[in-house]
Design a protein around this ligand. Structure first.
Ligand SMILES: Nc1ncnc2c1ncn2[C@@H]1O[C@H](COP(=O)(O)OP(=O)(O)O)[C@@H](O)[C@H]1O
Ligand SMILES: [Mg+2]
Length: 268
């Protein structure tokens, strides 16, 4: 059964999508079968994995809306990474969800249908509290919380944890925080202070890996490529490999032998 990890922080621009794209590829390179679910109507993870929004006929919004639609029809198959994409249609679906019964449990129900086919399912989430983020928190068993190295970085974490606790004590008792991840790390004083604040507040729940600020990481999504296609030798690629190692260790999963590891494929 796949571990379902939601990459979540209601603050925008903290590296959720960048982490979803590159962690998925780093896990696939270890030979794990990975499904990415894009839950942001902006479709950044979809495009960053090389799938143009115009080419999409069915997306995650259709899956939430239409319970008779087979999940397999919405999965774009890649080499080691599969994708359930998002398009701007998802914002309309999110508005409709407000009037649907148990709408925030639907994604969880749908993913159960494919959970046995993957080792890891990664959910990229939008930068707002709402039905889509709640859908992710209900579907996931683990959370990765990216935290950028900036002045306001720590301020929203309390609200996120409060939101998580509501879901834990209600519809999804299986949810827990797997780790806090420092992103956009550089040599500034504020980055060091954010790191200290995280370690002081959350101890070993903070990933040892810090994702450094990297021009290559910024360039890659515009080309529809992961960092491993764009700049495999870069420090940022190393950072995501190191994060993948920590994730595998924290999940307690054994990786397949290196011969069966996926080659660089992506979703295309
Ligand atoms: N480590 C990094 N180094 C440089 N740029 C980054 C890094 N992580 C993210 N970015 C860039 O910062 C912006 C926001 O990142 P993104 O992953 O889209 O955040 P979110 O999904 O949380 O809104 C994007 O332009 C992205 O390319
Ligand atoms: Mg994003």
């Amino acid at each position: 059964m796949a571990h379902i990890i939601s990459i979540t922080n209601q603050k925008g621009g903290v590296g959720k999508t960048t982490t979803t794209i590159n962690l998925s590829q780093a896990l696939a390179l270890q030979g794990l079968s990975v499904l990415v679910v894009d839950l942001d109507p902006q479709g950044n993870a979809t495009q960053g994995l090389g799938v143009p929004l115009k080419s999409i006929s069915l997306s995650v919004g259709d899956l939430i809306r239409d319970r008779s639609l087979p999940v397999s029809k919405v999965i774009y198959q890649g080499d080691g990474i599969d994708l359930i994409p998002a398009t701007p249609l998802l914002s309309r679906v999110e508005r409709e969800m407000v009037g649907m019964t148990n709408s925030e449990l639907r994604l969880a129900q749908r993913l159960r249908e494919v959970q046995e086919q993957y080792s890891v399912i990664l959910l990229d989430t939008p930068p707002t509290f709402g039905p889509l983020m709640n859908s992710a928190l209900n579907a996931a068993n683990r959370l990765i919380v990216p935290v950028d190295s900036g002045y306001f970085a720590m301020m929203g974490i309390k609200e996120l944890l409060a939101e998580t606790e509501v879901i834990q004590s209600g519809t999804n008792p299986n949810l827990s925080v797997m780790g806090y991840l420092l992103t956009l790390a550089d040599n500034t004083k504020i980055a060091a202070e954010t790191w200290d604040g995280l370690v002081c507040g959350f101890g070993q729940v903070v990933f040892e890996t810090r994702i450094r600020r990297s021009v290559k990481l910024r360039e890659a999504p515009a080309l529809g490529r992961t960092i491993f296609h764009h700049a495999a030798e870069s420090g940022a690629a190393q950072d995501y490999i190191s994060l993948a190692n920590e994730v595998v260790q924290r999940l307690g999963i054994s990786v397949p032998s290196s011969e069966s590891a996926a080659s660089l494929g992506g979703v295309r």
